[in-house]
Design a protein around this ligand. Structure first.
Ligand code: ACO
Length: 325
């Protein structure tokens, strides 16, 4: 078989059991259901319990995607997990997922570019499949941002949530992933970051200091709209296609107003945009693969259609993929 493309042959998702509604948040911080709905589009989100972790959610999504693709653990020869909230510093989440699935002696690594981690992972897996290094790649986006949010900060705690989404990629002579685009600009670090790490902040870590996501929401909003709109145009241009060719936009689910603004800039009616933020909030790396899975499973997205996947995250980092389903 001539190996020109990688193709998504199965998708899956997994969210924690616990649902936190806007009404629940009204009891925790000075906010209202009305403010959250109108300013963000979020109605509810899923939050990990003490026994749920990024790797357990990633595993749940992987199992669903494998079932949808009709592949078993012995078929998978490449595992990558996009995440910013790994269970441990090491071993990485992909090795934990591999071990739980019984995948042995295969590459397994995690990749951290905040909310665009899945898009970066997909872009890299696509290259491995296309060049023949991988025959069946498991690509996951998983995060538990609820663990690094300050639950008394109304500016951030109403936005972030937990989940995982996964896809299986296989080589194909038929068009699948047409092109991917990844990029970054580190000058925006101070607009969105987590102030404690290992190499930096280790003294605070040892002292047991609490830390939480820091975000200048309004400024992030503006760069996100500009970057995601330009990214869509660049990706289509790279593939020699135009926005009229698109059947679906599967955008990062950070704020309905960002999604709406990007769709308007692209002249795309909202019927062509997959929106899941109302049910899941911003699940970071998981947002795009979860939205893709929702729209494939509910029958909206059909084989042969053209979808543009794109995400934007802290760093800033951003990434996209133009996909023939
Ligand atoms: N409930 C009620 N009022 C609130 C809340 C809340 N939950 N949060 C903020 N407010 C208040 C503010 O205090 C402010 O009050 P003030 O005017 O008295 O000072 C007012 O609402 C307006 O605040 P803004 O920040 O200007 O509100 P904005 O319309 O910009 O919405 C939001 C804030 C939702 C954060 C928006 O800016 C946003 O979504 N930004 C992008 C965030 C994003 O995409 N982040 C993730 C990127 S992905 C990643 O890497 C994790």
């Amino acid at each position: 078989m001539s190996r020109l493309y990688s193709r998504i042959v199965g998708t899956g998702r997994c969210v924690p059991e616990k649902i936190l509604t806007n009404a629940d948040l009204e009891k925790m911080v000075d906010t209202t259901d009305e403010w959250i709905r109108t300013r963000t589009g979020i109605h509810q989100r899923h939050i990990a319990g003490p026994h749920e972790t990024t790797s357990s959610l990633a595993l749940g999504a992987a199992r669903q995607a494998m079932q949808a693709a009709g592949v078993s653990a012995s078929d998978i020869d490449f595992v990558v997990v996009g995440t910013t909230t790994p269970d441990l510093v090491f071993p990485n989440v992909a090795t934990q997922v591999s071990a739980a699935l019984g995948i042995e002696d295969r590459p397994a690594f995690s990749l951290e570019t905040a909310c665009s981690s899945f898009m970066y992972s997909l872009s890299i897996a696509d290259k491995f499949v296309r060049c023949g290094e991988a025959q069946c790649a498991l690509v996951i986006g998983a995060d538990t941002l609820s663990r690094i949010v300050d639950w008394s900060d109304r500016n951030t705690c109403v936005l972030f949530a937990d989940g995982a989404g996964a896809v299986i990629l296989k080589p194909s002579s038929e068009p699948g992933i047409l092109t991917t685009h990844i990029s970054a600009d580190g000058q925006y670090k101070d607009l969105l970051y987590f102030p404690m790490g290992v190499s930096s902040g280790w003294d605070r870590l040892r002292a047991g200091d609490a830390a939480a996501i820091q975000m200048r929401g309004n400024e992030v909003f503006k760069v996100a709209v500009k970057t995601l709109s330009a990214l869509a145009e660049q990706t289509l241009e790279k593939a020699g296609l135009s926005k009229q060719d698109l059947d679906w936009l599967v955008p990062h689910q950070a704020n309905l107003r960002i999604i709406d603004a990007v769709a308007r800039k692209l002249d795309l009616p909202m019927e062509k945009v997959v929106v899941t933020i109302q049910d899941f909030g911003n699940t970071s790396s998981a947002a795009v693969p979860m939205a893709l899975d929702v729209a494939i499973r509910d029958g909206r997205m059909r084989p042969g259609q053209l979808a543009l996947l794109e995400a934007f995250g802290g760093g800033f980092t951003w990434g996209s993929a133009l996909v023939r389903l």
